[in-house]
Ligand binder design. Structure first.
Ligand code: SDX
Length: 430
């Protein structure tokens, strides 16, 4: 980062100079680390609308231009030319791998896909109808009980081993949560398959017959994983960073990220989009739901629309929309009723003043659910798939934070508006 002329804050008759730094792209920052000591004031920014909580080199987003780049590479190019494990290497290491590095990385991840045999008994403690995200939060946070040689966050080797274990094992844990929910036996990873082929194989194979993974669906899955891999300092990534800032082990940190991702305002939106499309049920009812979305007294929001950062089209949604049509055409489902409702909803929303004024465009979650549904994945698994993909982003951001020389525990302050001091009143006198 480079230093710019300082900002000057005038408060209580005092002039305080605050350092200003510029990054390589995006908004510059005003450094307020010394503000409280010099003025006795906190800043106030619920929801972090204008706050940079960290410095990072991993992902750049320009919400007005609809730009998303990982280590300088545009998301549309990565989705078209790369594969998910290559993007994992890029996020973790900062550069695209050469052929030898790619081969070694893929081999290492593949040989970390098997999970400890005891883990199945953790699954068997859940009711079969448990939401798979409940199982994932528990299963991932419990990994520190099984893998003691990748818990020392101050050892680079152990941090790297934890990263390989998380990226390798997430698809296995995710598929196990699906199999458990439908009462089918767990399917072991098959090291002869690619990352996405292996995931679909563990999801849909049974011991009763050979299962051939569709290359089109595996390619679509791989592209969807790329589109969800990382996204700057979103709610779940910020949860991982804040959890990790206390020195918690990497598995507990990813567990915190999964818990945050589950919310319908965040990664849970893809499941909520399908529920919304099913509730709308017919194109004729779209105006009724557009009116509900605009009604301030109605908590209903158009799931899959809007974004804290993108005030332009989410670049991932554009790629996802194209993939959605490819998958539905491949499966001969271009007349899929939900897709027709989704397309009509998108058309109307993009013309309606309420949405246009608020720059509420379709986001990454708007199309993913339709693709997953066409692939035969139940809606309760949609956010689990988001978590599988985002694990590399979480672990990359966690590694970046832990590697900082002056890393300290995150501890926000508050504006207190509660009771002023008052004496205790005995029970008999209340
Ligand atoms: C993800 O942060 C990330 O990067 C997240 C993510 C990632 O990759 O990690 O991109 C993944 O979480 C995508 C977002 C998925 N969520 C949804 O699709 C749920 C529906 N969207 C909304 O909940 C909302 O748009 C948010 C949460 C995504 C963003 O909310 P903000 O930025 O806090 O905006 P806001 O709530 O202040 O809304 C601004 C205005 C309000 O109206 P006014 O008070 O100005 O009149 O827009 C309205 C809101 O009521 N609004 C919506 C709306 N989203 C915002 N109105 C109807 N439907 C919506 N979806």
């Amino acid at each position: 980062m480079s230093k710019l002329p300082p900002a000057v804050l005038n408060v209580d008759g005092k002039s305080v100079e605050l350092p200003v730094y510029a990054g390589t792209q995006g908004p510059s920052v005003i450094d307020i680390t010394k503000l409280y000591n010099e003025t006795g004031y906190f800043t106030y920014d619920p929801g972090f609308m204008s706050t940079a909580a960290c410095e990072s080199k991993i992902t750049f987003i320009d919400g007005d231009q609809g730009i998303l780049r990982h280590r300088g590479y545009d998301i549309a190019e990565l989705a078209e030319k790369s594969d998910f494990l290559e993007v994992c290497y890029l996020l973790l290491n900062g550069d695209l791998p050469n052929a030898e590095q790619k081969k070694k990385f893929d081999h290492t991840v593949t040989h970390h896909t098997l999970v400890h045999e005891q883990l199945q008994f953790l699954y068997r403690g859940f009711p079969r109808r448990a939401h798979p995200m409940a199982i994932m939060v528990g299963a991932v946070a419990s990994l520190s009980a099984f893998y003691h040689d990748s818990l020392n966050i101050h050892c680079e080797k152990e941090r790297e081993l934890a990263a390989f274990r998380m990226i390798g094992k997430m698809p296995t844990l995710a598929a196990m949560s699906y199999k458990y929910s439908i009462g089918q036996p767990f399917v072991y990873p098959d090291n002869s398959l690619s990352y996405s082929e292996n995931f679909l194989h563990m999801m849909f194979a049974t011991p009763c017959e050979k299962y051939k993974v569709s290359k089109t669906l595996a390619d679509a899955m791989d592209k969807i994983f790329i589109l969800h891999a990382d996204h700057e300092q979103n709610a779940s990534t910020s949860s991982v960073r804040l959890t990790g800032s206390s020195g918690a082990n990497p598995f507990a940190c990813i567990g915190a990220g999964i818990a945050s991702l589950w919310g319908p305002a965040h990664g849970g939106a893809n499941e909520a989009v399908i529920d919304m499309l099913l509730e709308i049920g017919d194109e004729s009812r779209i105006p009724e739901y557009i009116a509900k979305a605009k009604d301030k007294d109605d908590p209903f929001r158009l799931m899959g629309f809007g974004h804290r950062v993108y005030k332009n089209y989410d670049p991932r949604a554009s790629v996802m929309r194209k993939t959605c049509h490819e998958v539905l055409d491949e499966l001969g489902m271009h007349d899929e009723p939900l897709l027709k409702i989704a397309m009509e909803l998108e058309r109307i929303a993009l013309e309606d003043d309420y949405f246009v004024q608020r720059k509420l465009y379709p986001n990454v979650d708007f199309y993913s659910g339709i693709i997953y549904r066409a692939m035969g994945i139940p809606s309760q698994m949609f956010t689990v798939l988001f978590a599988v993909a985002r694990t590399v982003g979480w672990i990359s951001q966690w590694k970046e934070m832990i590697g900082e020389p002056n890393q300290k525990i995150g501890r926000p302050r508050q504006l207190f508006t509660g009771s002023t001091p008052r004496p205790y009143v005995d029970l008999g006198k209340r």
